[in-house]
Design a protein around this ligand. Structure first.
Ligand code: FES
Length: 265
């Protein structure tokens, strides 16, 4: 296809020009709040996962609790101390979230004003934007493959939560840290199971849901995925906040800033 024939973004019906709109409601509140929460969490997770330990030597595991940013923990002998072990695993959840259909909608709005909201005008420069049919945004289509990979760290998050039920002396412990690890694993499981790609994988490209036993089984799985999927946005935000809070809790515990209220048996 010649370059001139590449699909270009349709003009749409919103007024032209950044922020131009006939809307009278406070349409900017939602993207404003989302941008603030997302930027705070993403910045914190980047600093904690990549920089905190190499620069300040702060531990990412303490008394049987492992930060979710480092799970599964991979620390090969050849890894220099100035490189965070988080780097070896974080690219999977990072790629999964960055290419998520929901987050794409959200950050296209609040970072790129593309558009800033429904029926709100965007910068005129966007008329040259080729959407996700050209580099770099065509790479968003790898989302399905990140979905497959995301189940690997997810499995280990449940394992780590179970390991966290014992302290370093081997005593059974029901602590706030353990509760956070379980809640975080549950929210990330909900986020993964609510993925649009997973739903399509389970129930897409079928003309008949009842014609064969296999199709009926897929229909059952698709309905389950749909139950999760209708709240995908909520799973996305809750799990982002939980992973941030869980890592922060374990870091503060490791620094001795807070204690871990727990029942020990
Ligand atoms: Fe959001 Fe797949 S669409 S995780």
């Amino acid at each position: 296809m010649a370059v001139t024939e590449m699909p270009a973004k349709p003009v749409g019906t919103a007024r032209q020009g950044l922020g131009q709109t006939s809307r009278r409601d406070a349409w900017w509140v939602a993207p404003g709040v989302q941008a603030t929460v997302f930027t705070i969490c993403a910045t914190y997770l980047f600093v904690s996962g990549i920089l905190w330990t190499p620069i300040f030597g702060t531990a990412y595991e303490v008394d049987g609790y492992l930060s979710p940013l480092f799970s599964p923990l991979i620390t090969p002998d050849w890894l220099p101390s100035w490189i965070s072990p988080g780097l070896l695993i974080l690219w999977i959840p990072l790629g999964f979230r960055a290419t998520c259909y929901y987050y794409r909608k959200a950050y296209y709005r609040f970072y790129f004003a593309d558009p800033p909201g429904c029926a709100v005008g965007e910068p005129k420069v966007h008329r040259w934007y080729r959407m996700e049919t050209a580099l770099p945004f065509i790479l968003q289509n790898v989302h399905r493959y990140f979905l497959y990979l995301a189940f690997i760290p997810l499995f280990f998050l449940w394992v780590d939560a179970a390991i966290g039920l014992r302290d370093h002396e081997g005593h059974l412990r029901f602590g706030l840290g353990g509760a956070l690890l379980f809640v975080n694993a549950a929210l990330l499981t909900g986020y993964s199971l609510s993925c649009h790609s997973l739903r399509h994988l389970l129930g897409g490209r079928l003309d008949c849901f009842s014609c064969t036993a296999r199709a009926r089984a897929r229909h059952t799985a698709w309905r389950a995925a749909t139950w999760f999927n209708v709240k995908h946005m909520e799973w996305a935000w809750a799990s982002l906040i939980s992973v941030t809070a869980t890592d922060l809790y374990i870091r503060l515990l490791a620094l001795g800033v807070i204690g871990d209220p727990a029942i020990r048996l």
